[in-house]
Every structure is written in C-alpha cells, then in structure tokens.
Design a protein around this ligand. Structure first.
Ligand code: MN
Length: 216
C-alpha cells in the first residue's frame, strides 16, 4: 500500500543573516533559522513518518501523542516560514501598509495606529511563548487579530496568517534580554508590508467568504 505525506524542508531566508541589523542581530537570526526553525521542520517530518509507519502496519504509535507533536511542530514550521518574508532590511521594511491591506486595516481597526498599538499589545502580553498574528478570516471575509501560545494554541480555525511576530525568547533574548517590549517596538522597523499585502491578495483570491459573511 502506497501511503505518505511527503517531507517538509527548511526554506532559505530571503536575505542575509545580518540584514535586519541593528534591530535583530545576526547571531539571533542564524540560530533562530538554522536551529529553532529547523527543529520544527524535523519534528513535523518525524511525526509524519510515525503516522506513515502506523498506516503501513509497521509500527503502532500513540496517535494522540503524534498528532499533538505534529500540531506543535508543523505550526512552528508554518509560522516561521511566514515570519521570515514578513520582514525586510531597514529601509525596505518599516513604514505603513498600502493597497487593500490599508483599507482592511482601517475598516477593522479604525486606523493604522490603532492596529499597530493593539498588535503590539498582543505581542507584548503573550503568556509564556508564542506569537501575535494578523490573519485574514475567509469565513467572514475580514481581518482578525490573534494571540497564539506556543505555535498552535489559541489558533482559531480557518485563519490565514498575514503578519506574524515571534515572541519566543529565542527571537530576542540574545539582544534584548528580558525586554520583549523593546524588541516588539523595534520590530516595526523591519516589517515587510509588500509581503503582507501580497499575502492578503492571495488569500482574497483563494476564498469568497465561506460560511457567514458579516453584515457591513
Ligand atoms: Mn521562533
């Protein structure tokens, strides 16, 4: 019986390891990408290999435990794969969004500054480790702000992440120590709005509102 899920691979960074300095130093970027992100790629692949063996009758696995591992590691792989291109070197990154993204942000949050403040608050107050996420919601056809713990907990069904910030300590501790707030404030200087805008356009092309569009 042919069964299988394929393999995930660590995507290369779209810039050099020192490209985000002075806001995120090279040492953080190198470790974060080659060690942390890579461990999630390997963890997701290991979970899938266990499921494949289970399907082929070669091994009995604890399906509950394996799926829990998969959710965490694949969640980590997805989030980091969006986080890297969500950033760009200072000068190219930073500033404000345009296009339909700007319209959506204004409609849902009132203004860019309102959005930025709320997103920053979400990032600064994640309990333990996790992410703040701006997502497109194809169920209702609008934007949602999410606060995700670990890589996967509190993630709401169906969300398409557009902009994510990693607030695990490994994302900032070597440079900012325990001052997560300064890391979050500085991070806005390297946000790659053209990438975020492109993700929204792709999400809009993918899906008309699926279940219950909100009234205007
Ligand atoms: Mn990370």
């Amino acid at each position: 019986m042919m069964v299988g899920f394929g393999k995930y691979e660590l995507p290369p960074l779209p810039y050099s390891y020192n490209a985000l300095e002075p806001y995120i130093i090279e040492e953080i970027m190198r470790l974060h990408h080659t060690k942390h992100h890579n461990s999630y790629v390997m963890g997701a692949n290991t979970a899938l290999e266990k499921l494949e063996k289970h399907l082929r009758g070669e091994a009995q696995v604890d399906v509950r435990a394996v799926l829990r591992d998969f959710s965490f590691n694949y969640g980590g792989h997805i989030m980091h794969s969006i986080f890297w291109p969500n950033m760009a070197p200072p000068g190219k990154g930073g500033g404000k969004p345009g296009g339909r993204l700007e319209d959506f942000i204004n409609k849902n949050f009132g203004s860019f500054d309102n959005f930025k403040n709320l997103f920053s608050q979400a990032a600064k107050t994640v309990e333990g480790v996790g992410w703040a996420v701006l997502a497109y919601d194809p169920i209702t056809g609008d934007l949602k702000l999410l606060q995700v713990e670990k890589h996967n907990l509190l993630m709401t069904a169906g969300m398409v992440p557009l902009l994510v910030i990693d607030v695990w300590e490994h994302a900032y501790y070597l440079q900012y120590k325990n001052d997560r707030a300064s890391y979050v404030d500085n991070w806005w200087n390297v946000v790659n709005w053209s990438d975020v805008e492109a993700r929204l356009e792709k999400a809009l092309n993918l899906a008309k509102p699926l279940i219950f569009p909100l009234a205007p």
